[in-house]
Design a protein around this ligand. Structure first.
Ligand SMILES: [Zn+2]
Length: 222
């Protein structure tokens, strides 16, 4: 986009903070207050049986308020105009030493896959869309090596134990296979109980992955 075009767009549709709608300088910017409230990189507690497959897990934000609205808008209303805000959140979160270490250690990133049918309906995999560019900028190649072979029931009414049972056998390694011993970063948009990440990590571990770490945009666990 040319500079003059951007200037014209900014004149007609002034860029604003996605939450409080205060005017900001560039498209995709948040105001300082909202961004510092939304961007809270934190290490997630990992309990058994997740400990046996996932080395560490990080969330960059808490799944409520603004972050939740942006993710839900993207997933359920196809609002791709939310992506620059989410990317700005990632760029802010990378200032955290823990997040930088996660990126530096990873030989590749694997987005949690959707079932083929769901992906066709939605038109994209949100984990890949949210993290793809940013990971590339950090020289972490995205490899779609997992397949969701079984559509699963909605997880929200289920208990943690039921979620794990529901997801057992839902993921497989794709035909391209996997180089053994890699340090893998599993990425997803949100984490609630961690059952999905666990099911994916288990498949990767059985296929010979080295260290497996997880990164989600938001979690409802603080
Ligand atoms: Zn704001």
């Amino acid at each position: 986009m040319g500079n003059w075009f951007e200037a014209l767009m900014n004149f007609i549709f002034p860029p604003h903070c996605p939450l409080c709608h205060k005017y900001v300088e560039n498209r995709g910017d948040w105001c300082k207050v909202c961004l510092s409230l939304a961007c809270q990189p934190h290490r997630l507690p990992i309990t058994a049986p997740m400990q046996s497959v996932i080395d560490s897990a990080w969330a960059l934000s808490v799944y409520r308020g603004g972050t939740r609205d942006l993710i839900r808008g993207l997933k359920y209303q196809d609002k791709r105009s939310n992506l620059p805000y989410l990317k700005r959140l990632l760029q802010t979160a990378e200032q955290s030493a823990g997040v930088r270490k996660l990126l530096e250690e990873s030989s590749c990133a694997v987005p949690v896959p959707l079932h083929e049918k769901r992906q066709r309906e939605r038109g994209f995999n949100q984990a890949e869309l949210i993290f793809g560019d940013w990971l590339q900028e950090h020289s972490v190649p995205v490899e779609n090596m997992l397949r969701r072979v079984r559509p699963t029931k909605p997880l929200y009414p289920l208990t943690a134990r039921e979620r794990m049972a529901n997801l057992s056998g839902a993921f497989r390694l794709g035909q391209e296979g996997m180089e053994k011993g890699k340090t893998i970063l599993l990425v997803d948009d949100i984490m609630t109980t961690g059952a999905t990440l666990y099911a994916c990590a288990k498949v990767l571990q059985q296929a010979g992955a080295g260290k497996i770490q997880a990164l989600v945009l938001a979690s409802d666990q603080v």
